[in-house]
Design a protein around this ligand. Structure first.
Ligand SMILES: NC(=O)c1ccc[n+]([C@@H]2O[C@H](COP(=O)([O-])OP(=O)(O)OC[C@H]3O[C@@H](n4cnc5c(N)ncnc54)[C@H](O)[C@@H]3O)[C@@H](O)[C@H]2O)c1
Length: 358
């Protein structure tokens, strides 16, 4: 029987509610499809920070390296600055394991209402590929005279040819693999940021020559935000920098119904290090502890993990199980207009997974 080593980091807030819910569904998929998940849980995050003064141990990456994949919940605590939590746990993993392609599907599923008038299932179905290791999140900069009236803050964005080329090439290949509209949209802001974004535009044009079968489009990020609202059906694959990809995917999540439905895969496509799978959303302190967080984003992320591990039939049954629950009108959590709790939703998905023909 095939066995996969999975590192589990529930993290903070609702991460600790949605990850166990996704594990429940994953276990059901494993027993239905005949593979094993050898799991180890790591209690890293803000509680760990309060006890140890850091978000994960110094050798955290070495501990994770031997796993086939990482399932992650969320980080973020109201009493710790967000840049400390993010830069102490999630970003070092993404960068350290060269998870350069952050893949975020945006699908309007049946039974889910988009806030955009007149949009129904099938109308919105695109993927955002976000550069995940450099750009605006490179964490290079500093503060001079902190707290003083003449304080200076500098935060540099870093764009390398290697980093830009590989994520753009990955996005072209994804557009080809999806085989839908065969279209790739590149999002920059090269009118205002000519050095870095103009460079991105040039690399995009260079790589595009290798993919004559894929139509291309380049948008400024402000126009892209407008077009996600105005003509979401026209997108197929979008590639964007770390910051722009981050912002566009929250918007993509909302037009497809809820942040609680949006999964994310942080891929090292070379497989030289583990990839990380997580929901797009954060730790949601406003609903944490009430067990009403929508687990579907994490369940869909777990499905992306199975797909990446080579368990494609289980992955597609898992997505179909989510669709089955949504199509049936529930049970769903309050963000989708329902009144069910996290575990009830996960149990309904698990039941559909079990009923699927293996
Ligand atoms: N990848 C990550 O770990 C990540 C991502 C974004 C934000 N954060 C952190 O999370 C904390 C809160 O940030 P925020 O409020 O801006 O973003 P958030 O994603 O945590 O929440 C935004 C809104 O969406 C709702 N929401 C999010 N996930 C939901 C779910 N599964 N079901 C139902 N509703 C859901 C929340 O209740 C909230 O109203 C901050 O500390 C932030 O730094 C972490």
């Amino acid at each position: 029987m095939k066995s996969y080593r999975i590192a589990v980091i529930p993290g903070d807030g609702i991460g600790r509610e949605v990850v166990p819910a996704a594990l429940h569904v994953l276990d059901r998929a494993a027993s239905t499809f005949g593979f094993q998940l050898a799991r180890e849980e790591f209690p890293w995050g803000s509680e760990y920070y309060f006890a140890h003064g850091r978000m994960m141990p110094e050798d955290g990456l070495e501990l994770l390296r031997r796993f086939d994949a990482i399932l992650f919940g969320a980080v973020g605590h109201p009493e710790i600055q967000d840049n400390v939590t993010l830069n102490g746990l999630l970003l070092p993993i993404r960068r350290g394991f060269v998870q350069f392609a952050c893949v975020r599907p945006a699908v309007l599923y049946p039974g889910v209402r988009s806030p955009l008038a007149g949009r129904k299932h099938g109308d919105i179905d695109f993927v955002v590929v976000r550069e995940n290791t450099e750009g605006e999140y490179a964490q290079i900069g500093g503060n001079l005279h902190p707290g003083a009236s003449d304080e200076v803050a500098i935060q540099a964005a870093v764009f390398t040819r290697k980093g830009t080329e590989r994520v753009i090439r990955f996005a072209f290949e994804l557009a080809r693999r999806r085989g839908r509209k065969r279209k790739l949209t590149s999002v920059t802001k090269s009118n205002a940021q000519g050095y870095s974004m103009g460079f991105w535009d040039r690399v995009f044009a260079d790589v595009a020559r290798e993919f004559p079968d894929i139509a291309t489009e380049s948008l400024l990020v402000d126009a892209a935000c407008m077009d996600l609202i105005r003509r979401p059906e026209s997108f197929d694959v979008i590639v964007a920098s770390n910051l722009f990809g981050d912002i566009l995917t929250d918007m993509a999540a909302m037009i497809t119904g809820s942040l609680g439905l949006a999964p994310s895969a942080n891929l090292n496509p070379t497989r030289a290090a583990p990839s990380l799978f997580e929901p797009v959303h954060g730790s949601a302190p406003d609903i944490s502890g009430r067990r009403i967080a929508n687990p579907l984003a994490t369940i869909l992320a777990a499905g992306m993990m199975l797909d990446f591990l080579g368990e494609e039939p289980a992955a597609s049954v898992l997505e179909r199980a989510v669709i089955g629950v949504l199509e049936a009108g529930g049970p769903v959590t309050p963000d989708l207009g329902g009144s069910a709790g996290t575990d009830e939703v996960a149990a309904a998905v698990a039941e559909q997974v079990e009923r699927a023909p293996a």
